[in-house]
Design a protein around this ligand. Structure first.
Ligand code: CTP
Ligand code: MG
Length: 235
């Protein structure tokens, strides 16, 4: 069957600071979203890219995609997004045509993911996993805290999960289409990734190696890193 990539790109990018919606900000002269679309289209398996645009920016995103060349084999669609990432992904899934049976969900905010990572995710879904996440070990030790007893007081630490068993997960996350659609129809809690919804269904979620260059552009320093990675690629 065919594989599609849904790219949620409807966020404001509050943590990046004032400016255009994050996905439309330029990295070395090209909008972040275009880098992300190209990263998905770089996989020969991906035949359709669905971009979920800022709610009032669908026309602008469509125009951007019309002016930046994609491979001949890749179709694209643009739909408006929602108030949460979860809602935006749902609108992207609703736009998928028949005949797609594997779906990748990829953050526009991870513009530099290498094609080998994309292909490894698709391969693991083809091998039978209903949900696949690329992930890396953590450099930092992670503490679980409780809210401070009163504002201005320090937060108490309540636990330190064993670092060696933790993974930082990235995108694209890959899914059997029917499983992901069912997850989005069933799970209503606020979640920060799609695989956690599939976990809540009790379905098997597996990890494949992620990549350092699949980091999420979240804060201003991440823009510096992203532009340095692009410059190194061109060198
Ligand atoms: N996203 C979306 N719709 C939303 C919120 C987020 O499509 N309502 C997308 C973002 O565009 C991004 C991805 O989800 O590609 C990951 O979200 P995040 O990195 O948190 O981006 P923002 O929500 O835009 O950033 P911030 O949380 O700093 O505002
Ligand atoms: Mg966000």
């Amino acid at each position: 069957g065919r594989t599609a990539a849904v790219i949620p790109a409807a966020g404001r990018g509050v943590r990046l600071g004032p400016g255009a919606p994050k996905a439309l900000r330029a990295l070395n002269g090209t909008p972040m979203l275009i880098h992300a679309v190209r990263a998905m289209a770089a996989s020969r398996a991906v035949s359709l890219v669905v971009v979920v645009a800022p709610p009032d920016g669908a026309a602008e995103v469509k125009a951007l995609l019309d002016t930046h060349a994609l491979p001949e084999r890749t179709d694209f669609l643009v739909v408006p997004g929602g108030d949460s990432r979860q809602e935006s992904v749902k609108y992207g899934l609703d736009a998928l045509p028949p005949g797609i049976d594997i779906v990748l969900v990829h953050d526009a905010a991870r513009p530099l993911v290498p094609v080998d990572t994309v292909d490894a995710v698709i391969e693991a879904v083809r091998d039978g996993a209903p949900a696949v996440v690329p992930a890396l070990p953590l450099a930092d030790t992670v503490k679980q805290v409780e809210p401070a007893s009163e504002p201005g007081m320090p937060e108490p630490v309540v636990a330190t999960p064993e670092r060696a068993r933790l993974r930082a997960v990235q995108t694209p996350q890959g899914f059997d289409r029917a499983t992901l659609v069912r997850a989005h129809e069933t799970v209503t809690d606020n979640v920060t990734d799609d695989a956690s919804m599939v976990e809540q269904l009790g379905e098997r979620v597996v990890v494949v190696p992620g990549h350092e260059e699949a980091f999420k552009v979240t804060r201003p320093l991440d823009l510096v890193l992203a532009e340095a990675v692009l410059a190194r690629r061109r060198a």
